[in-house]
Design a protein around this ligand. Structure first.
Ligand code: OOG
Ligand code: NI
Length: 458
């Protein structure tokens, strides 16, 4: 029997998700147009050249590239989604503790891991698990837990096909198509709440995010984010098209050599929902859950580079925090630019200081002896950035917050619970630094082997 590859299933699922979200949230279609146009312009300019990107891995995939986010309610849901994503070649990478930003969830990102698989389609889903233990009121916590355990977010066919894929090692074309359609159901928006308006209001008062997770039939996809090569241009274009963008782009400042991740979003939509009235009828209501987001991805940083980034950002934010109304945007951006002057803005320098991860390539063959630095100096080896495939908790928290109405919630909640999260998931999460390091090491090894075969290095 021949199976459809996980890479193909993932690409088809990502496309199906995009098509569904475009009908659910029309502004997402506008975002796609903006990003598509800006990426075409950037690719045709010198900027693309200076990014040193690898076309087959970075720019060819860019119009297919997106991430989504969901919020789950129970350990069983998280364990099942892990099995579902595995069928598509997506695995949990990284642990994010959002309680540091007073958001009562912890999270991982499901994504492909191998270089070839990322090149094929890098679709990722930021997946959060609600921490119901952070609901302080006992009676409300019990209501929330009852509502969550009573729902089933996967269709029976989705579960059966996941089990079939695990048992036989894959899915044939027909089953794979069915699997994509069935799994899509889990992420669909359902305007009919499963709790009454009173419980909903209580949950909202506890935390808006708790209400979003607990009150509905499933973990509706709450945003789908295309990747742009120039987020500042996209931000301007969003404003021009009337999309209510956040005042400030989250993350590092604009640079010649982009690092990590820069993101911006527009506010959650007010959506019509309805609540059961307990007598067979419905009460109309409103909920804000879904939003639009775009991102620009730069080089993945090493532990050392990340520490420098965290330190510089903390320094900026100790001084000035961006106001939600945009009143201090210019001052915030100026502070960011100034403090980040301490972070080298040159690929080679970042490489030599061990701040970022790179893929090595062969620039030319000639008979040179020497170490990596000497080979880079002579242009025998070349560098291109390994793109950051993960997320930034501080940005994530900023985005969560901005879509929860910018409520001030500055009391950090309890300690990190990575072990509890992994127990719920039923597997450890991979360490993203190890993955980038392995990609870098493998690329150097392959280049050196090639040079040796060609007799170019001693
Ligand atoms: C997820 C927010 C995190 C990102 O891009 O950092 C995220 C959420 O609001 O559920 O998607
Ligand atoms: Ni996002």
């Amino acid at each position: 029997m021949s199976f459809k590859t996980p890479n193909h299933i993932r690409a088809e699922f990502s496309a199906a998700m995009s098509a569904m979200y475009r009908t659910e949230v029309p502004a997402y279609g506008t975002l796609m147009q903006i990003v598509g146009q800006i990426n075409d312009e950037t690719l045709g300019s010198d900027v693309a050249q200076s990014l040193n990107l690898t076309p087959e891995e970075d720019t060819d995939r860019i119009s297919q590239e997106r991430h989504g986010a969901i919020r789950l309610g129970t350990a069983a849901e998280l364990a099942m989604i892990r099995r579902v994503f595995a069928v598509m070649g997506m695995f949990p990478v990284g642990y994010y503790d959002l309680s540091v930003a007073s958001v009562p969830v912890h999270s991982t990102a499901f994504r492909p891991i191998a270089r070839d698989d990322l090149a094929h389609n890098p679709f990722r889903v930021f997946t959060s698990l609600l921490r119901t233990e952070l609901i302080e009121d006992d009676a409300l916590r019990a209501k929330a837990e009852t509502a969550l355990t009573a729902r089933s977010i996967f269709t029976p066919t989705a579960i059966a096909l996941t089990t079939k894929a695990e048992d036989q090692g894959g899915l044939c074309d027909e089953d794979a198509d069915d699997f994509v359609a069935q799994v899509l159901e889990t992420f669909r928006w359902h305007p009919d709440a499963r709790v009454d308006a009173h419980v909903f209001d209580e949950l909202i008062a506890a935390h808006r995010l708790i209400a979003d997770v607990v009150s509905f039939k499933g973990p509706h996809i709450n945003h789908l984010t295309p990747r742009t090569l120039d987020i500042d241009a996209a931000q301007t274009a969003m404003a021009d098209r009337g999309l209510p963008a956040k005042a400030v782009v989250e993350g590092p400042p604009r640079r010649k050599c982009p690092i990590l991740l820069r993101q911006t979003a527009f506010k959650a939509l007010d959506e019509a929902v309805r609540f059961p009235d307990g007598a067979g009828g419905w009460v109309e209501g409103q909920h804000t859950a879904r939003f639009g987001e775009i991102e620009q991805r730069g080089v993945a940083l090493t532990v050392k580079g990340r520490a420098l980034y965290d330190d510089l950002l903390a320094r900026v934010r100790a001084d000035i925090l961006p106001a939600a109304d945009g009143s201090n945007t210019a001052a915030y951006c100026a502070a960011l630019d100034q403090v980040f002057e301490a972070f080298p803005d040159d690929w080679r320098e970042m490489h030599d200081q061990g701040l970022a991860y790179f893929k090595y390539g062969i620039g030319g063959l000639s008979n040179v002896k020497g170490d990596t630095a000497a080979l880079l100096d002579k242009g025998i080896l070349t560098l291109s950035p390994i793109i950051y495939e993960d997320f930034l908790p501080v940005s994530a928290a900023g985005i969560f917050q901005s879509n929860l109405g910018d409520e001030a919630r500055d009391t950090a909640q309890t300690a990190s619970q990575r072990d509890t999260f992994e127990a719920a998931l039923g597997a450890p999460v991979a360490d993203e630094f190890d993955l980038y390091q392995a990609t870098q090491d493998a690329s150097l090894k392959a280049c050196l082997a090639q040079l040796q075969t060609a007799g170019s290095v001693a």
